[in-house]
Every structure is written in structure tokens, then in C-alpha cells.
Design a protein around this ligand. Sequence first.
Ligand code: AHR
Length: 307
Amino acid sequence: AQASESAAASPPAAGKKIVLGFSQVGAESGWRTANTNSIKESAAEAGFELKFSDAQQKQENQIKAIRTFIQQKVDVIAFSPVVESGWDTVLKEAQDAGIPVILTDRAVDSKDTTLYKTFIGSDFVEEGRKAGQWLVDQYKDAQEDVNIVELQGTTGSAPANDRKAGFEEVIKSNGKLKVIASQTGDFTRAKGKEVMQAFLKAHKDIDVLYAHNDDMALGAIQAIEAAGLVPGKDIVIISVDAVKDGMIAASEGKINFIVECNPLLGPQLMQAVRDVLAGTEIPQRVVTEETTFTSEQAKAALPDRKY
Ligand code: AHR
């Protein structure tokens, strides 16, 4: 059935709190913690009842949580999908129950875009391009091969797929830039360290690390230092997020360039919930505004960094 045949979303009765069910990816990174805090604080400020569920990076847990929200007849379901694929069935169940769904942070690859009202979050391909462009600029005069290792985010997730694709698209303009190893570090510090240790063992000539988030870069820095190398000098490091710990490492020169990914999506999400329930037209895609930081820029921005 198409959206028009499904039960319509209805605002809660006057005086009744809006109930928002939110299924979060997990608690894998500093970015995620900031994102969770933003959602919880904004829901409290908006006066909504928030039913919050942590999926511990497992899609099956998210599907279960969404089904529970449907049974509980929440007013709106929002979620940040762990991976891109495999959502059509459960999203259809929500649609048939007349519960609007909002995506935040990460996308789904469903062909039927009526399954969700809007998607609020970053342009991850663009983030990958920014990382690649910085590298292209740094090595424009390179005479020898520049050996790059890549720490990918969670396999199958939108940020891992897109940050990889955007980076590759840009660096192919310079044949000297070569990705010699690429593996997932699941967006965590522990995995970032473990995989970097393996990279260092297997390759004696690593010039650059591209990490899909700060936490993996921070784990990798521990491995690089333990190997007697200087992060930011012996190995140039690029990462994504710009959370506090990443910004500290950048200000110390251990990370050379960070592409910002903004986790503070709570206020926009609460507004979208209100609009959807009021029947106000909202754009299908809301792209978050973001910047980039060199070490110098990180040093300057650090005192005001909130997360
Ligand atoms: O989906 C956003 C990504 O998820 C962040 O860049 C990463 O730190 C988090 O785990």
C-alpha cells in the first residue's frame, strides 16, 4: 500500500504530551554521546515524552525497538539507522500503523521514500570529499607514492560507505595518492587501536591515516605512539567529527585535519516532530551545516567547544 492508503498521523489530544520513540545506534563514540545528549535535552525542553532505546550497534535491536514503539502507539518514531539496508518491512509496519518516521544522522537505502517524512543529517559524501581535498592540496607536488591507510566506520553504515566514496572520488585526481589498506574499526577507539596496530605490523611505509571518525583516530594514535612514531608528523592524520577529544589531539598537532560532523541534531528533530504532527510541509532532506579544522583552527576553536 502507498502512503495515501495508510492510517494518517494524528496529533495527540490537547493537554497530552507528544510521545517520541527514538532508537539510537549505540554509544560507540564521543560523537554519539553528544548526539544522545542533544536529543534528550531537546526533547525535555520541548516538553515531549521521550522513549529512548540504545541498539548497541545492532540492527536487530533497532528493528525490535521500532516494533515496540509501534505497539506502544507513540506519536512519532525517529531513529538513526545503524546500517543503510534492510528497513523496508519495519518502516512499512510503522506506516500502516499511521506512525510517522523521521530519520536522523544516517540514511536508509529504501526506494520508497514515502516510508519516512524527512532525513535530518550531514552529507557524508561531502565530508569524505573535504578530507580528500585537503590531502590532494597537501601532496600536490608529491614525487613519490603517498601510502594511505583507512579506518572505516561500521560496515554497511551510511557514514562508512559515503566517507569512503567521497574521499576516493577526490584523491583519484592525484595518482601518487594510494590507499594501501582499508579496514573497519567500527567507529570505536578500541577497534581503531587494534586495526592500526595490524596496519603498522603489515606496512612499514605508512604516510597517511584517514580515519572515518575521531575516536578511531584517537585509538590509532595510541598504536602509533606505542610503535615509537610521532602522530601528525611521521604519519599525517585526517579524521571526521571534531568532538572535544579529537579537537584536543588536533590542537596538539597529533591530528592534522578534522572534517566536522555536527551531532547537535536535537532541536531540528523536535521541530520536525512538531511540524509532522501539525501537518506542516517539511523538506524530505535537511543537510547539517559543517566546517573543517586544521591544527591551528582547532586550537583557536577549542575553548568554546561544547562537546
Ligand atoms: O553517523 C555519524 C557517525 O557515527 C559519527 O561520525 C561517528 O563518530 C559515529 O559513531
